[in-house]
Design a protein around this ligand. Structure first.
Ligand code: NAD
Length: 473
């Protein structure tokens, strides 16, 4: 077992108080991290504030170089990092590798983003120009499902925009993030990136801290609402990436054999613990029987187990609380007599937070397993008859994160996409985010956006400078 330290003001430090981190596959402690409170947060924020005075004056090229250094450090140490990530998060090695290389790729790509000045008026009377200025010190708060990807998608745009950051990983998955902190310690100027760990109680201290100017948060909608409230005291800027209950719509012309496997992974990647996973799959009645059987048959070939073992396709649920929540949803489905195509019948007792791959056969729209975000390896398949009906059902959610349409007729797919009330819609693919396109939720799935120029702007204020050309002074 290793002790991991925090990064504050360019130094790896601890306070002698520790939080233990479990491997969800074995329930054994894999590492310890500092348990921080107000004192450590104050030091980190003060360091970020000091660093901001210089960092905000750097050029875009200087910042780009630093961010590319972060990307390189992650890539060069990918082998060590993905194994560590599996040991704390549970995801299979191949998916952990994707996350680590994905984070390095995101950092490299986003390092190239720039916010150029915009000329609003340029004539004989006036020259008016909008420039973007960094908001200041950012508080970043991330969840446990993609710890490194989420950390990078907060740290990188903050730095690129000229801000400095204090980042808090989830107490369930802080190890890989602190290892990355150690790797980038000498890559980033002291104080520009600070990473501190603690219980959930550290979150509100960040949200309400008087010397933090902006919060960028990824996590549940319930916590997002608390953050909005906490940040309102001094009107901090906020970006919230929250929950989703994404619908996939499969039209009757889809090739059953070709889409079955893709639909499976759109739901079960990372054991379903993905905000943009397909959480409701609507299949046209003409192909429902064939496609639901093909998905269930494929599911039987996928191994649930320890992510560090070769051949594992679906790992454990990341933590006990979420494990119990998912089991409760399955129990509710059983109590209501819904039909299971797979799963739901295995005794989940034993070591590790394993849930069998569970697929439900056409449960009603108001079933908890349909209406709630499952965030686990549990997927309801539902039958629909008409496009109008399925659009209405897909939109009948407080969430609005993403969705997908599967059809050979891509024009039809786009026509349906334009009627879905979500921030992203894919036609014939899933979970593809571009570093250059805004990613954000409609309705209760979020506030603002990450990625691309829109995401970068959220770390800045617009400032308009106007010069009166014919002024009599
Ligand atoms: P969570 O909201 O419980 O925790 C997220 C983070 O917030 C953790 O670091 C936690 O310590 C911290 N936190 C907890 N209470 C806080 C408070 N009162 N104030 C400030 N911070 C607080 O979420 P989770 O269980 O870690 O993650 C799962 C949820 O995240 C799911 O709902 C999922 O859909 C969502 N998610 C969304 C996205 C997205 O981009 N939209 C991505 C991944 C996960």
């Amino acid at each position: 077992m290793t002790d991991y330290k925090n990064l504050i003001d360019g130094k790896m430090v601890d306070n002698g108080q520790w939080l233990e981190v479990l491997n969800p596959a074995t329930e054994q402690v894999v590492g310890r991290v500092p348990s921080c409170g107000k004192e450590e947060l104050d030091s980190a924020v003060a360091a970020a504030r000091r660093a901001f005075t210089q960092w905000k004056k750097t050029t875009a090229e200087e910042r780009q170089k630093v961010v590319q250094g972060i990307a390189a450090a992650i890539k060069e140490n990918a082998d060590e990092l993905y194994r560590l990530l599996t040991s704390e998060q549970g995801k299979p090695h191949a998916q952990a590798q994707q996350e680590i290389y994905g984070a390095a790729g995101l950092a490299a790509a986003q390092s190239t983003l720039t916010l150029d000045d915009v000329i609003n008026q340029d004539d004989d009377t006036r020259l008016s120009r909008t420039r973007r200025v960094p908001v200041g010190v950012v508080g970043g708060i991330v969840p446990w499902n993609f710890p490194i990807m989420m950390a990078i998608q907060k740290i990188v745009p903050a730095l690129v925009a000229g801000c400095t950051i204090v980042l808090k990983p989830s107490p369930f998955t802080p190890l890989t993030t602190l290892r990355v902190a150690e790797l980038i310690k000498d890559v980033v100027p002291a104080g520009t990136v600070n990473i501190i760990t603690g219980e959930d109680t550290l979150g509100p201290l960040i949200t309400e801290h008087p010397d933090i100017d902006k919060i960028t948060f990824t996590g549940s909608t319930a916590t997002g609402k608390k953050i909005m409230e906490g940040a309102s005291g001094d009107l901090k800027r906020i970006t919230l990436e929250l929950g989703g209950n994404d619908a996939s719509i499969v039209l009757p012309d889809a090739d059953v054999q070709k889409v079955a496997e893709q639909l499976f992974w759109s739901s079960f990647s990372n054991a379903g613990q993905v905000c943009i996973a397909a959480k409701r799959i609507y299949i046209h009645e003409d192909i429902y029987d064939d496609l639901s059987k093909a998905i269930a048959d494929y599911a039987k070939t996928v191994v649930v187990g320890d992510g560090s073992q070769q051949g594992t396709g679906v790992g454990p649920i990341q933590n006990k609380k979420q494990y119990e929540r998912v089991l409760d949803l399955i129990q509710d489905a059983k109590d209501n007599g819904y039909k299971f195509l797979t799963g739901g019948d295995k005794d989940p007792s034993g070591t590790g937070y394993y849930v069998p791959i569970t697929i439900l056969d056409n449960p009603p729209e108001d079933a908890r397993i349909v209406a709630e975000e499952q965030f686990g390896p549990v997927m309801p398949l539902m039958k629909f008859a008409s496009v109008d009906e399925v659009i209405e059902r897909a939109n009948n959610s407080e969430y609005g994160l993403a969705g997908a349409v599967w059809t050979k007729d891509t024009d039809k797919g786009v026509e349906i996409a334009e009627q879905l009330e979500t921030g992203t819609v894919w036609i014939n693919e899933f979970m593809q985010l571009s570093p250059f396109a805004p990613f954000g939720g409609h309705k209760q799935s979020g506030f603002g956006a990450e990625y691309g120029i829109d995401g970068l702007k959220e770390f800045t204020y617009p400032q308009v400078i106007t010069v009166k050309c014919d002024a009599a002074v």
